[in-house]
Design a protein around this ligand. Sequence first.
Ligand code: SF4
Ligand code: SF4
Length: 361
Amino acid sequence: MFGSALLEGMVVTAKNLVGSYFDKDRLTTIEYPEERKEPEENYRNFPFLICDKDPAKTPDYLRCVACKICESECPPQCIYIEVKRDENGKPVKQPKVFDIDYSVCMGCQICAEVCPFDAIKMDHEYELSNDNRFTGLLMHKWQLARPNEYYHSIKPTEAAEVDARLAEEAAKKKKPAVAPARPASAPAAKPAAPAAPVTPSSKPVSVVQTSVAGIVVPADAPFTSEQREWLQKFFVGVAVAAPARPASPSSQPSTAAPVAAPALKETPADAENPDLTDKAPWHDSNKDLNQRMKMAGGKPLAVRLYAAMGQTDCTACGYDCKGYAMALASGNEKDPGLCGPGGDETAAKVKELLEAAGIQV
Ligand code: SF4
Ligand code: SF4
């Protein structure tokens, strides 16, 4: 019959109109701002920083160790981090400055994906409108910090998984991770003693590795397939074209008083040594510590120390990976635990190598 489809449509509309007065499920519209809808657990807007204690009670609360991986991976470059230092200029694995410009952030979640320490996560907060177009959405460390309980309240499933994983990693670290140190008289040029097996899954930087080397856009990032393909190519281009980082403490201009990194005793032979360039085969964060140490076995101490580093050149230690290794080997640097991405594994291996070579740390 002519017009029957039109009549059917009108009947459906009438049913919904009348039904909306009696059936709650038919009420899809809410009267914002009087009413608010709870976001779904997987909803994401902008990043925030997790702290394991109450940010209002203690200054050193953040889980973040200022490794700067998120800063370098953020596509629109809206994260700015400065490493905190003690009175001697040594990095203390905490950010002095951690800013995110929400007006630039595109909510892609890449920062959260690449963080090896589960220190940055995506928030549910969406009521951020502001009349200051210049700094109104520039969020500082104290505005970004939220207790872990808050993370549990907005994303209980994800937060529980993260807590379980961190507890498991902490338990693994308590077990002896390296072979006992060799006596100080052992010749330094001998191949390093094989370290205790460390499974790839125990390595906290696995996500970073895939992102830095394999370039990954998160599966749930809000892109079309064309945008995703473009982003992948862009990241690969950036990774290939990126020049070697200087051994300066920060890659961004800083208003803080400059802190001189200890001078390295780099001889011309060192500079030309292919084992000490960023093309050295172990300078690859996709390889685990065991693989890297095997590759550098039998090589000079500076080279083995270089292989023990986290291989991200994040400069949070005050050097790049090669610079830190050379400073330790030359005795200019005494602290074996400055490598954030390498964590306790790297610290233990560095200590073992130095002690075996008769260098006290
Ligand atoms: S990636 Fe590094 S700098 Fe960024 S939040 Fe995680 S620990 Fe902090
Ligand atoms: S969500 Fe994306 S754009 Fe925003 S800070 Fe993180 S990496 Fe940068």
